[in-house]
Design a protein around this ligand. Structure first.
Ligand SMILES: [Zn+2]
Ligand SMILES: [Zn+2]
Length: 240
């Protein structure tokens, strides 16, 4: 039951879907409206159990993708909410490049409500955002991954750590590069400060998009090297 005061607030300020702006009958607690949700292609099985890559043939069982068979993965499990296409591309681009930081609310709700036995929120010791280089941070004004990670950390009462993992090298935007170039470009871009904070800890790394995974791979590598027990990754979207 909605309280009287909530109903009154809803009457004066009709709740709107934060993604599309459509007026809603009911306040949905920061969740996107049903229409927006129906346009997101949520990822599930069959998929690669390691990196979360979705397979197109629905009859297949989960199995390792060729990337996870041939290359070393430093994260244990990577998952994404939806496929990076359609509405998801538009929303993330508004969130990142058009300064629509208010989108952090509904987007982080999607992350917080994600359920997967490989990513049990109560078992994470720390949540870390993928850091931006200070130069890019100044230009954009905010780190989109930190906005998401902060809300997820609050929603699940898990400590947020945005200091241990630092970006020390300004790199060319990954979007302009091919798979192999991305890996080379990102190599050595991160550094750990105060490794005692992450030592022996199980970490959840948050980012907006998993493209080839080169960025989260590199982050996971330096985190493990600095003593983290395990690193898992959760992103809003994944390129299939
Ligand atoms: Zn909507
Ligand atoms: Zn894989």
């Amino acid at each position: 039951m909605m309280s009287f005061s909530r109903a009154l607030v809803n009457f004066i300020f009709p709740p709107k879907c934060l993604l599309c702006g459509q007026t809603l009958e009911d306040a949905l607690d920061d969740r996107p409206c049903p229409c927006c949700l129906s346009q997101i292609k949520f990822l599930s099985h069959p998929r690669c159990p390691r990196c979360g890559l979705g397979f197109v043939t629905p009859a297949e069982d989960d199995h390792l993708c060729s990337g996870c068979i041939t290359a070393e993965r430093f994260f244990t499990t990577a998952r994404a909410i939806g496929s990076y296409e359609g509405l998801m591309v538009e929303i993330i681009s508004r969130f990142k490049y058009q300064g629509a930081s208010r989108l952090a609310k509904p987007l982080s709700t999607l992350l917080s409500e994600y359920k997967d036995p490989e990513l049990p929120f109560p078992e994470f010791d720390l949540i870390l955002p993928v850091p931006l280089h200070p130069q890019r941070l100044r230009k954009r004004g905010f780190n989109q991954s930190l906005l998401l990670a902060r809300r997820v950390s609050r929603q699940h009462s898990i400590a947020l750590d945005f200091k241990s993992l630092q970006r020390i090298r300004h790199t060319q935007p990954q979007t302009e590069l091919s798979g192999a170039e991305r890996q080379k470009n990102i190599h050595g871009a991160f550094e750990i400060r105060n490794s005692f904070v992450i030592e022996g800890k199980r970490l959840l790394l948050i980012d907006d998009v998993f493209t080839t995974g080169a960025t989260v791979q590199e982050c996971s590598k330096v985190l493990l090297k600095a003593g983290a027990k395990r690193v898992d990754v959760l992103t809003l979207a994944r390129v299939l």
